[in-house]
Design a binder for this molecule. Structure first.
Ligand SMILES: [Zn+2]
Length: 309
């Protein structure tokens, strides 16, 4: 039996145990991973009745959806290399009621994931607060591991960022500076190392449809956004995967594919509850969003094998 440490705390010392650079830096063959966003236990109730008590303790529907996602993922063959949860794991903000209960129920559901599929966690605004503090970040790291880190899988460099530090770092300037220095170093190494592709995960999308769009709760501030896109472009980043929007969206800019993925949990648009499958080939990073029902259907195996050819 895998321990909680092995399931939830793989991201340590700014890397991810199990996928080390020494073993994984060379391109081998096409593979795929699962991208899931915003299980956000507690949002559905809060959304329907107003955010009075962080949703009360009635997040059973979100637990069921997460369990359905876990079962669908476990059935996939060949197996995904990992499953990344792109932030907003639970709804209750740091320091508010129901947080411990939501975290407990989410972890119970995630313990059902096949232990051979490592879980990668990304911090969202609900996980560390809209204005994170050193304490909320420390709390997150105790529950889910490092808030930013990098790892290699089959010749591809993956960067997990803490996008809340881009959004509002007024209460943790030191963390922002450290994150910034680390990111520059990583992007620099992406440029110079022989990685096949570089892929970024961050909760808040850089943009939703176009880099020129107005500032919004769901994107990053425009001046900063354009600078970040330019840095990613120069470093050869192929794709950025985000959640936060609870709808599918995104767009291509200067060779960087900004991919916004809808939620396992509460939908704010018309997408079904679902997950994204991301296939990495020698030339490309291709992806498609599947509803949880579609993912459980027969025939997925053939579809996957065709994509991986
Ligand atoms: Zn969010």
């Amino acid at each position: 039996m895998a321990t909680d440490q092995e399931i939830f705390l793989k991201a340590k010392n700014r890397t991810f145990s199990g996928y080390t650079e020494e073993e994984q830096c060379e391109w081998k063959e096409p593979f795929y991973f699962i991208l899931a966003a915003d299980p956000q236990l507690g949002l559905m109730k809060a959304w329907s009745v107003g955010d009075c008590e962080n949703g009360g303790d009635e997040w059973g529907q979100e637990v069921t959806l997460t369990q359905q996602a876990v079962q669908a993922v476990n059935k996939l063959t060949p197996r995904p290399k990992f499953m990344v949860l792109c932030g907003d794991l639970i709804h209750a903000m740091p320091g508010t009621q129901w947080r411990d209960e939501q975290e407990r129920d989410l972890k119970d559901a995630l313990r059902g994931v096949d232990p051979a599929i490592p879980l990668v966690f990304v911090s969202g605004n609900h996980d560390i607060g809209n204005t994170p503090t050193p304490e909320t970040i420390a709390q997150y790291r105790r529950s889910w591991g490092d808030d930013y880190f990098s790892f290699w899988v089959g010749g591809v460099l993956f960067l997990v960022l803490n996008s809340q530090l881009f959004f509002d770092s007024s209460a943790c300037p030191d963390q922002r500076a450290a994150h910034e220095a680390w990111l520059s170093e990583q992007l620099d190494s992406a440029k110079h190392r022989a990685c096949r592709h570089t892929v970024v995960f961050q909760h808040i999308p850089i943009f939703l449809r176009s880099p020129e769009e107005d500032n919004d709760y769901f994107n990053l501030e425009k001046t900063f956004r354009l600078q970040l896109l330019e840095r990613f472009h120069k470093a050869g980043v192929k794709a950025v995967f985000s959640g936060h929007y609870h709808r599918n969206a995104g767009g291509m800019h200067n060779g960087v594919d900004m991919v916004v993925t809808s939620a396992i949990g509460c939908q704010l648009g018309t997408d079904p509850h679902g997950l994204r499958l991301v296939v990495v080939t020698e030339e490309k990073v291709v992806h498609r969003y599947y509803s949880l029902d579609e993912l459980s259907k027969t025939g997925m195996e053939k579809e996957l094998r065709d994509l991986l050819e």
